[in-house]
Design a protein around this ligand. Sequence first.
Ligand code: C5P
Length: 234
Amino acid sequence: MTVPAARDRLIVALDLPDLNSAEAMVERLGEAVNFYKIGLELTYGGGLELAKRLARDGKKVFLDLKLHDIPNTVARATAQVADLGATFLTIHAYPQTMQAARGAIGASSLRLLAVTVMTSYDDNDLNEAGYRFGVRELVARRALQAREAGVHGLVLSAEEAPAIRKVVGPDTLLVTPGIRQSGGDIADQKRVMTPARAIAGGADYLVVGRPVTQASDPRAAALAFTAEIGGASK
Ligand code: C5P
């Protein structure tokens, strides 16, 4: 697998309340950022139009929609996202969902990322929800099922990346949020990792939100992340 340029490995999460502030942030970041994540909040606030515009302008777009429905609905929604020009789309790591989405990307360049177990879940939460596996076991099981379904990558915490890399091998894309530069404000994240350690642990792409979007100089912050990614990739 060819390693993308450092700038393409930084995905900035546009977790902003409305379209105007998201567009202003994209404008401010300019050439410093090439890849944006649009999540549920902004999607429901007009984010799909922004996604289309970003893709038309040559930016890469990660639509974090976490699809999960009956196979027909997942397939049709995935085809719509592919038409829109997105690069990454998240789906929940249920075998039916993954197979349906994989069958629907056609010749597009859309890549699917499976969410194995939400990081807000612990073993008790899984037990409560009726699962017979704990978090570690279920993450590993679903990572393998994702690979079998032909899903291109996984979203997971940087802490899980080294162990999961061993399970899935070199070709699965690992995308990790919860990234902070050393000494950075961790806000509500519980387990954070620096860009350099995440890359060394096997992450392919890093998702960074507030450390860039809430910085006094977002562009400088993004460039600092890219520099650290570049340093760790050598
Ligand atoms: O601002 P911050 O860098 O913490 O944002 C991280 C982004 O990654 C947010 O969009 C958040 O929803 C997302 N994310 C996460 N942890 C996960 C999955 C996604 O922080 N396990």
